[in-house]
Design a binder for this molecule. Structure first.
Ligand code: MLT
Length: 264
């Protein structure tokens, strides 16, 4: 589904009824990564997925090169759908975006799920790595980025035993325009540190991570969960960074049982 917001095309899905549950995707993917969650949860919630600018079916907004810009993409879509408050799930870059949403629009947030993400900003070394990756994207395109990212996104066991999942993730990366990849890298490199925000979070929060996540290891999630008041912490066995995609049943169960309690 697509709509025009502020003169730009925005791709999204909106299925089901009830409390709105909004999914924000990782780098360098699209709303398609949430397919297993949409199917499992749309009978219980109003499930919304969005393509951030320059991904999937959404127009690239080249001057919108910060995660605050992505946070605004999400909030403007909720305005368009007349949803005053929602529960949010953000994975990795989607989690960084969720920090930005909480920082600027906390009144719109009913509950949060931070999946396979971290609160810290990039280190200097990390920023240099982002620039190197942006150069690869310009020079060699999305397929070179797919080769670099697949071993970071998926657990070794997924790569070995589930070639179909590897192919699906590769396709998602190949569908992301190079300019979208570069804008993501600039936005992630310039994101602020959100560590100070953790202890100020007052809404129900779940922190979830794949046990084999190499991009944002379990310790990063533990760190977040220890600092967010009354948070819940869940690890997903046999999953890497894309825990929602690699182990959808365990991921959906963790999200659903957390949200059920939030809505009591
Ligand atoms: C992601 O999955 O969104 C990325 O791995 C995040 C990052 O590179 O920091």
């Amino acid at each position: 589904m697509q709509t025009i917001i502020d003169g730009m095309t925005v791709g999204y899905t909106d299925q089901g009824k009830g409390t709105a549950l909004v999914f924000i995707h990782a780098f360098p993917l699209s709303k398609t990564m949430w397919q297993p969650q949409v199917e499992a949860l749309k009978n219980t919630y109003r499930v919304i997925t969005i393509d951030l600018g320059g991904h999937g079916e959404s127009d690239l907004v080249p001057w919108n090169d910060s995660l605050d810009g992505y946070a605004k993409n999400v909030i403007r879509l909720l305005d368009h759908l007349e949803i005053p408050q929602a529960m949010f799930v953000g994975l990795s870059m989607g989690g960084y975006t969720l920090f930005s949403i909480y920082r600027h629009y906390s009144d719109r947030v009913k509950a949060m799920v931070f999946a396979d993400t971290r609160a810290q900003a990039d280190t200097e070394e990390g920023k240099v790595g982002r620039q190197a990756m942006a150069e690869v994207a310009f020079k060699d395109g999305a397929s070179a980025i797919a080769d670099m990212m697949l071993p970071k996104l998926l657990a070794p066991s997924t790569i070995e035993h589930h070639p179909e999942q590897v192919e699906q993730v590769r396709q998602m990366i190949l569908e992301t325009p190079t300019a979208g990849i570069v804008v993501d890298l600039v936005a992630m490199a310039s994101r602020p540190d959100s560590t100070d925000l953790l202890s100020t979070i007052t809404c129900p929060t779940l922190v979830i991570v794949g046990e084999e996540d190499q991009a944002t290891p379990v310790a990063e999630s533990q760190y977040m969960a220890q600092r967010i008041p009354r948070s819940t912490f869940v690890t997903i066995p046999q999953a890497g960074h894309l825990s929602n995609f690699e182990q959808p049943a365990a991921f959906n169960q963790a999200v659903h049982s957390f949200l059920e309690k939030c809505l009591l």
